[in-house]
Design a protein around this ligand. Structure first.
Ligand code: HEM
Length: 411
């Protein structure tokens, strides 16, 4: 029964148009919908209220068991440890790094496109959407993995456990435990090797792992190797799979909407990366990575207190924040059903909101538009099979989307 529910949930999450329709009706008539112990929240105002009330609506109970490599931000509620570790990551991932991230994304994408250019086809997931973030993790985070294949599988499987919408994850957990053991073992060796280099006379490269290890080597900071390992493992997993999937969903969406496709192509030809970013994140609104985000309500409370529609919530309830619905709420978005690439980037809920708002938001916002810009310059880029090819999935992870374009004649 649990696996049937999981499979139905997974299929439903892949049908954004259908979800939008259902959510639109519910938002109008039952914007706070209780089904047994679960509460579905559909209005933008209520979704953001819950994101902001992080003592009354928590995440650790849902996410901590899904952090296979050890404790990490997403699996913690507000606490001194959470504040310390988010602060630590802010020290090693700096706003000044973002140009480098964008430059790396452009370089990795060009490398792949150079190979594909003469063939007139590529697989978006394998060749670009996995390759670019994985290589950013290798170069910028400083974690290349033992080889590209193993690293891709570890990242995909460990992230799948985090985002799988089904209540019963026992199968995925057992599988993820094996991959976590492999990644942690690899990181143990890598950390020792890097510590030797950092203690030596040379000048090791500047990357996030080496920055963390420099802090570990600073006695006054008291940052254990376990803290370094848990956090770099967390970044390796959260820093790749969401980018891969978001990139796949939004490119699919852009290629499926003729006006959006022509608009983004023009912006890409003009090398207007800022305009491409607006097209990309507006397309993601129509086909979002996380249509629903979970919370738990640990004690009795009220949503919309002192407002019309105030609703009591029982302690122990599972809360489902329908961010897809919130991003189509006419109270918060002007003409929500229209594709409008001029919307404020900060207004989207793709990266959550409040305390757990995506730590890697700017890193993602630096690499995705650059990659999409390069892609959209390919002549007549389209979904393969005369525009009908669909995204292939392995559980919640995307694993393929064949694309075609007009091949360039050799110079
Ligand atoms: C388009 C790509 C991405 C999307 C759509 C995305 C989305 C999200 C969302 C929705 C959350 C909040 C979950 C919640 O509140 O329940 C989140 C959290 C997080 N993301 Fe991302 N993410 C992306 C890329 C990245 C990247 C590149 C990194 C790493 C560099 C990253 C690291 C994290 C971390 C560490 C958290 C936990 C933050 C906390 O709990 O304080 N994400 N992400």
């Amino acid at each position: 029964m649990a696996s049937v529910t999981a499979s139905v949930m997974q299929r439903l999450m892949r049908k954004p148009r259908l979800l939008r329709l259902i959510f639109g009706v519910l938002r109008r008539f039952r914007p706070i919908l209780k089904i047994r112990n679960a509460v579905l929240i559909l209005r933008h105002e209520d979704v953001t209220e819950i994101f902001e009330r992080d003592d009354d609506f928590t995440l650790a109970e849902v996410m901590a068991p899904r952090m296979a490599c050890g404790r990490f931000l997403l699996g913690m509620d507000r606490s001194p440890q959470y504040e310390a570790e988010r602060g630590l990551l802010r020290e090693v991932c700096l706003p000044d790094d973002l140009d480098r991230v964008a430059e790396l994304a452009g370089r990795f994408c060009d490398q792949q496109l150079d190979t594909a250019r003469a063939q007139g086809r590529l697989d978006l997931v394998r060749d670009i959407a996995e390759y670019v973030p994985r290589n950013i993790v290798a170069e910028y985070f400083g974690v290349p993995g033992p080889n590209q294949h193993d690293m891709a599988i570890w990242q995909r499987k460990l992230a799948s456990l985090i985002v799988d919408p089904s209540p019963d994850t026992s199968g995925l957990k057992a599988e993820a435990a094996r991959y976590a053991e492999a990644l942690n073992g690899y990181l143990d060796d890598l950390i020792e090797e890097r510590l030797q280099q950092l203690r030596g006379p040379g000048k090791p490269p500047d990357n996030v792992l080496n920055r963390l290890l420099r802090l570990h080597l600073t006695p006054s900071r008291e940052i254990g190797k376990d803290v370094v390992k848990r956090n770099i493992a967390g970044l390796c997993v959260t820093g790749t799979a969401p980018v891969t999937k978001a990139m796949t969903l939004l490119v699919y969406q852009l290629l499926s909407m003729p006006d959006a496709r022509e608009g983004v192509r023009a912006a890409a030809r003009a090398a207007d990366v800022e305009a491409v970013k607006h097209f990309a994140f507006e397309a993601l609104r129509f086909n979002p990575l996380f249509p629903i985000q979970p919370r738990i309500c640990p004690h009795n409370t009220v949503i919309r207190a002192n407002k019309p529609g105030a609703t009591p919530i029982r302690g122990g309830s599972k809360i489902m924040l329908a961010t897809l619905s919130a991003m189509f709420d006419g109270e918060a978005y002007y003409l929500p059903d229209r594709f409008k690439p001029g919307r404020a980037i900060g207004g989207y809920l793709h990266f959550g909101h409040g305390m757990h708002e995506c730590f890697g938001r700017q890193i993602a916002e630096a690499q995705i538009p650059m990659t999409v810009m390069k892609l959209m310059r390919l002549p007549n880029l389209r979904r393969a099979s005369r525009g009908k090819a669909r995204i292939r999935y392995d559980g919640p992870a995307v694993i393929g989307l064949p694309l075609e374009f007009d091949p360039e004649a050799p110079a």
